[in-house]
Structure formats: C-alpha cells, structure tokens
Write a protein that binds this ligand. Structure first.
Ligand SMILES: Cc1ncc(COP(=O)(O)O)c(C=O)c1O
Length: 392
C-alpha cells in the first residue's frame, strides 16, 4: 500500500469559481492566473477545466509551452514577460503575450522591430505600470512615453494593454488600493491612442471587493481555487468552492499518559491520560512545518487539534473529542469541510503557500465532469486531463 497522503483536485469547482469572477465583473475579460503549476493544482488540468477563460497568466515560457503542448488555444500571457531577449523568438513562434515592465525589455522589442525582418509575427504587449506596489513596472509619469515607444514598434500588436497590480487589495480598510486605482486612472492619452489601449487592474481581491478596479481585463487567481482573497474570511463566505482537498489517514493511535510529551522537542505535554492519533502526512508532503498546536484537522469529519511539532512524514492529533477514530480513519488537512485559509492562518502563512507547497510525492487525484465523480489515482485522470507534469 502506498502512503495515504494525497491531494484530491475537484476540477468541477473551477468553472463555478470562474463564474463568480465573471458575475462580479461581467464586462471584463478573464485571464485566469494559473502560474506555479496552477497554484499547485496542476497546470494543464486546471487550464482544461477553465476553458471559458479568455486567456491564461503564467510565469515562464516553459509553463506556456506545456499548455500549448496540451492543446490549450486561449491566449497565454507571461506575467513577468521575458527574462532574456533570446526568448523573443519562441514568444513569436508560439504567439505568447508578454508583460513589459522594464527598460531592457522595451529596448529589446525596439531592437527586434529595427531589424526590419519581413513577416514578423506581432507580439501582444501588456505594459506594466507601478502604481504603488514598488515591485515591477514603470512609474506612472513615464507611462505615456513608454506607450508611444511601444506603439512605434512594428513588432508590437495593437491594441496595447496597460496593466497594474494591486498590493493590498486583500484588506478592505487599506486606503492604498483606492490610491492605486486613482493613480492608474490618471494616466491618459489622446483619443486615438486611448482607442488602442485596453486596461487591466483587478486580481481576485479587486474583482470581489473593489469595483473601481474593474476594467477591460481581470486577472483572477486565488479565487479560482476556492479561497477568499480577503483577511479573516473563507472562500465559502463568497460562494467559492474548494478545489484542493489534502487528505491522509491515521496510521497509529497511542494511549498516552498525563505528562507524556508528544513529538520532537517534547513541547506539547498531555494534560491527562488520552488518545493521540498519528496522521501520515508531514512537511515532506507540504503540510506546513510551522502549524501551531491547535491547528484544526478533520478526523472522520470531526475537528480535532494538532498537537506537538510537525515532522517530515507525520503529525499528531488530540483524539479526546474523537474516541471512535481508528487506524485507517480518513483525515482531511484542508479543503472540503476545513478551509485552507484557517489552516494557513494557524501556520502563519497564506493558502497560496499551502497549495504551492504540496510536494511531488503527494499524488493528485483529479475529479472532473467526465470522470463522473470518481477519483482517479495518480497524476492523470480518465476525465478531460491528458497528462502533464507536477512538480509540486
Ligand atoms: C500580475 C498578477 N495578476 C494577477 C494575479 C492573481 O492574483 P490573485 O491570486 O491574488 O488573484 C497575480 C498573482 O500573483 C499576479 O502576479
């Protein structure tokens, strides 16, 4: 028998989650963000399940080519653009769209245009403006000049896209978001140029919470995976459905005595004689090493608290409230019935990190419409998923 740790991926939840984004911002196109292996859920199966997306956002040419090889036909955007000019050939060949956030990238496009090669494939460019995140992008005051330079490049497609990224939209009380939105709106062009520009602002938090961020194109990410982008909230509060459920089983139950110290370092001590369950999952699978004692775990559907330190392959749980549990009992670490947001908070992290952190030794079990609700072991499914790599 293999280890019981596995991640169920309910592909059927992705479409309704995308519909939530569409309903919130009906006039926007939706470019679904599926970088980092579909936030750990599997790049290709996620893209296939999100077939109503107007496009996809990824982090590298490699991810884009994996999608192309799987037959994905929607536009694919490289969210950080290219890292070196020699990627431009593949970008043209495979018709990839690029973010341009830096002078070097712009200069490389100008050089390519100046080569005057006939029948050059045009590239769709998203010019990234820094409205306050201070990470990637050009300052707002140079935006018109950068737009002019790009418009003058033969190799750049029209319309041009203008984008910015919100830094703190997860906190509805944070005034910086409105300032970012306003600052983006102040970038203006003459009528003719404006006609050739499409704008993009909203991430998940923008879509669900900041109407001012609605524009031609939205870029939903975490909401697609069923997680609320807002602090102190679960996806279900927004009508979102969880996609990943991380499960395992109890592999041992110990009768411990009052005063027994549990796990490495012996930090957690039994307050009375009690049953301690050992679950076959640990930080080697991506369960967060810093999850605190008390982090909720579902054993046979009942909430019990984590006790002791998280080890590489195991965690321990307090079974006092679940005396009927047995070796082999089903354990859910997050997902259906236990919001990833809650576990993330107890581990001082975010659900994005939990999902991306699930390691490659944890098989993904895909459930899709065409697999009629049956879980399919391993990294492929008999549904509409034709394979792909999972680097975890
Ligand atoms: C440029 C850009 N847009 C959109 C997103 C999606 O963000 P979220 O997952 O918070 O919706 C990301 C994710 O990091 C991003 O980098």
């Amino acid at each position: 028998m293999p280890r019981a740790a596995r991640a169920g991926i309910n592909l059927r939840a992705l479409h309704p989650n995308l519909q939530r984004a569409k309903a919130a911002a009906p006039r926007s196109q939706q470019f679904s963000v599926i970088k980092a292996n579909g936030y750990g859920h599997g790049l290709v199966p996620v893209a296939q399940a999100l077939k109503e997306s107007n496009g996809f956002g990824v982090a590298s040419v490699e991810e884009a080519l994996e999608l192309k090889a799987a037959g994905i036909t929607q536009p694919i955007l490289l969210l950080e653009g290219f890292f070196h000019a020699d990627e431009l050939e593949q970008i043209q060949q495979y018709d990839l769209q690029i973010v341009v956030h830096h002078e070097q990238q712009l200069a490389a496009l100008e050089t390519l245009s100046a080569k005057n090669i006939s029948h050059q494939k045009p590239i769709t460019v998203w010019l990234k403006i820094d409205t306050g995140m201070h990470r990637l992008g050009f300052e707002t005051d140079v935006a018109p000049e950068m737009v002019q330079r790009l418009m003058a490049c033969d190799v750049v497609n029209k319309p041009l896209r203008l984008m910015t990224h919100l830094a703190s939209a997860d906190d509805m009380r944070n005034k910086a978001t409105q300032q970012q939105i306003e600052s983006f709106k102040t970038i203006s062009f003459d009528e003719n140029t404006e006609k050739n520009i499409e704008r993009s602002v909203a991430n998940s938090a923008g879509i669900l919470g900041w109407m001012g961020s609605y524009s031609d194109i939205s870029r939903p990410g975490i909401l697609l995976y069923g997680v609320s982008p807002f602090l102190n909230e679960a996806g279900s509060d927004r009508g979102l459905l969880p996609v990943m459920t991380l499960r395992s089983e109890l592999i041992a139950i110990k009768q411990c005595k009052q005063g027994d110290a549990v796990g490495y370092g012996g930090e957690w001590v039994c307050p009375e004689n009690m049953l301690v369950g050992v679950v076959g999952i640990g930080y080697g699978d991506g369960y967060p090493r810093h999850a605190k004692a008390g982090t909720p775990v579902l054993v046979d559907g009942k909430r019990v608290p984590l006790v002791g330190r998280v080890s590489m392959d195991m965690i321990c749980v307090d079974l006092r409230e679940c005396p009927e549990a047995q070796v082999g009992s089903d354990v859910i670490l997050w997902g259906e019935g236990l919001p990833a947001e809650e576990v993330a908070e107890s581990a001082s992290t975010i659900a994005y990190d939990l999902f991306c952190g699930v390691t490659s030794r944890v098989p993904r079990e895909y459930v899709s419409d065409s697999s009629q609700g049956e879980s399919i072991e391993g990294e492929s499914s008999g549904g509409n998923y034709n394979g792909g790599n999972h680097s975890g």
